[in-house]
Ligand binder design. Structure first.
Ligand SMILES: Nc1nc2c(ncn2[C@@H]2O[C@H](COP(=O)(O)OP(=O)(O)OP(=O)(O)O)[C@@H](O)[C@H]2O)c(=O)[nH]1
Length: 576
């Protein structure tokens, strides 16, 4: 069942592992030679730095290729050297004995046996890229990334894995080669090692140097076997957007790259302005719109709930003193409406009395801006709070493992989408999918591998479905998808195609390759006319797919599906 591409990936992976094994004796011989060249009592910082780098590289590659014993011994040697380098870099008898013993342990490791019995670098997988009609993968799947690591094996291994996630990754093993490539073509992102032969923080230094030559810094992810605070601090200070300790998890790296290279501009902030003085309200609106925000203005507090409806506000800017209904009264009214419980409310007023300001805030408002207010300050304050609101909201509605909408969010989105489709007379389908025999994947390979499968499936869904489709993690290993503007037959063909492709995905864990499948159930609107009827029907169709042999997709036919499993009272079923 594996495609040609999958096979070549496996072969490549095997080849890289083999190459590490072949290089290993040479690296140890190099370390032995350096050790023999050390002279007792003298300061030999340069030689010790070289030795440190060598053990560091062995440690990193060892971990990446699943050679735990190599990783552990090299790590111990690296630590011993680090301690000496952090002090006076003097070569003592104890240091030589210590290193000699670590080196002997490494030399004694029976690599061939380790290679045969040792686990793979951990679970990994590849998603077959879908070709568009003209034979090219879409732009979204083809972003250029430079990866710079002086360990060629890690550089190639990680590049290979990331190419499975739709990135065109070019590996470089020297900083100079990266510099040259950067001058001729700017990548969407750079993945950069921290330690190079040029120095302990040569990677961050080069990123700072490259960014100094351009207007907008290129997003950068640092990878390193160092996981201490000072390494992370250095990375941040030289412009790093993310930091991944080695061995690098390709799924997590792909997620980070997705975020960093997302080129669609962020949705502008939506701000509601409430002020009984039309001129003041218009002025605020003008300033904020000039800064790229979308505003709505009302001079009558009683119209606020209607104005908010359908506006998806990020923040309300309101006057403190208004006739009939003051700012605090309006804030209280909004706080009693479930949808606006956490909507940020900021007063703008010339009131400078601290006690009165405090009283106004007590009703659940979030801030106070005092007039006169410079436009720059207004923009900065509003942006800051709206951004924080977005982040908080995203944390509330996203599932932590997969980044998809969580259970409540996808159900709410279904309600909203169903209502919109009712108004516009558009078709809509709800699909429920569930990984087959997922329990046995957990039982066989462990929970973390099960998590990787869920992450892989969620990535497949996100990358392969349209931007307008909504994907959520309904619970456990069950996912919900809302497809707008398609009928049941078309939805089935989409989910079936995903199902067939997902079954082709190769997962690797503990030296084994395995495949997963999922089953799906589809329900269409308006045949099933409410959100809960859609969920119920899709779930029943999913159950039928499971019963009919799994790895298949079924369409819900009638409200009383004869083969349906009864739903427990008071809730939607979430087990198959
Ligand atoms: N790794 C991992 N496992 C999870 C997570 N959430 C739920 N599970 C597990 O998913 C498994 C679901 O098993 P079952 O409901 O028996 O279904 P199944 O084995 O997939 O079998 P069928 O659906 O009948 O094909 C349980 O073992 C749960 O512990 C998660 O976030 N991560």
């Amino acid at each position: 069942m594996a495609s040609g591409k999958t096979e070549s990936f496996r072969e490549r992976k095997q080849r890289l592992r083999q190459s590490f094994i072949e290089q290993f004796p040479g690296r140890l011989a190099g370390a032995r030679e350096l050790l023999a060249g050390l002279t007792l009592g003298s300061d030999q910082r340069a030689e010790l730095e070289t030795l440190h780098l060598l053990f560091h590289t062995i440690k990193g590659s060892g971990a990446s290729f699943g050679f735990d014993s190599i990783n552990a011994s090299a790590k111990a040697a690296e630590q011993v050297l680090r301690e000496v380098l952090d002090q006076d870099a003097r070569v003592t008898e104890r240091l030589i004995l210590d290193l000699d013993q670590r080196l002997r342990t490494l030399e004694a490791l029976d690599l061939a046996l380790d290679a045969a019995a040792g686990p793979d670098p951990g679970p990994s997988f590849e998603i077959p890229a879908r070709q568009s009609v003209d034979g090219c993968t879409s732009g979204r799947l083809q972003r250029l990334v430079y990866l710079c690591d002086d360990d060629s094996v890690i550089a190639q291994e990680l590049s290979g894995q990331l190419s499975c996630f739709g990135y065109q990754v070019i590996p470089f093993v020297t900083l100079d080669a990266l510099r040259r490539a950067f001058q001729s073509e700017r990548p969407s992102a750079i993945i950069m090692d921290v330690i190079f032969p040029e120095g302990q923080d040569a990677g961050p230094a080069v990123i700072a140097e490259l960014n100094a030559t351009i207007d907008r810094p290129v997003p950068c992810v640092f990878i390193s076997s160092r996981n201490d605070f000072s390494a992370r601090l250095q990375a941040v200070q030289s412009g790093g957007n993310a930091y991944c300790p080695k061995p690098v998890n390709a799924v997590e790296m792909a997620e980070i790259l997705d975020q960093l290279t997302n080129r669609s501009p962020p949705e502008p902030y939506h701000i509601l302005i409430v002020d009984d003085d039309p001129d003041v309200a218009q002025f605020f609106s003008m300033v904020l719109e000039e800064a790229g925000m979308v505003t709505r203005v009302t001079n009558e507090p009683e119209r606020v709930p209607d104005t908010l409806d359908g506006f998806d506000a990020d923040l309300v800017l309101m006057d403190l003193y208004m006739p009939k209904c003051s700012g605090p009264d309006l804030a209280r009214v909004l706080r009693q409406m479930p949808g606006y419980l956490s909507l940020p409310i900021i007063y703008v007023s010339s009131e400078t009395n601290a006690e009165r300001q405090f009283k106004a805030l007590e009703v659940g408002a979030d801030g106070f801006l005092t007039k006169p207010l410079a436009p720059e300050r207004l923009i900065a304050e509003v942006k800051l709070r709206a951004e924080r609101m977005r982040t908080l909201r995203s944390l509330m509605i996203r599932d932590g493992l997969t980044g998809l909408f969580n259970h409540n969010a996808i159900l709410q989105l279904l309600e909203v989408t169903e209502a919109a489709c009712r108004r516009t007379q558009t078709s809509l389908c709800m699909a429920m999918i569930d990984v087959d025999h997922f329990k046995s994947i957990n039982d066989t390979y462990g929970h973390p591998v099960g998590d990787q499968v869920l992450m892989a499936l969620s990535r497949t869904l996100r990358l392969r479905l349209r931007e307008v489709d909504l994907v959520g993690r309904y619970g456990g290993e069950e996912f919900a998808i809302i497809l707008v503007g398609v009928d049941a037959a078309y939805a089935k063909s989409i989910i079936d195609e995903l199902r067939a492709d997902f079954a082709e995905v190769s997962f690797f864990a503990d030296g084994f390759e395995f495949h997963c499948a999922f089953s799906g159930g589809i329900a269409a609107y308006p045949q099933f006319g409410t959100a809960s009827a859609l969920v119920d029907a899709a779930d029943r169709a999913l159950y039928r797919a499971k019963r009919n042999g799994r790895n298949r997709v079924e369409i819900a036919t009638t409200m009383t599906d004869v083969s349906a499993k009864p739903v427990p009272p008071g809730g939607m079923r979430n087990e198959h």
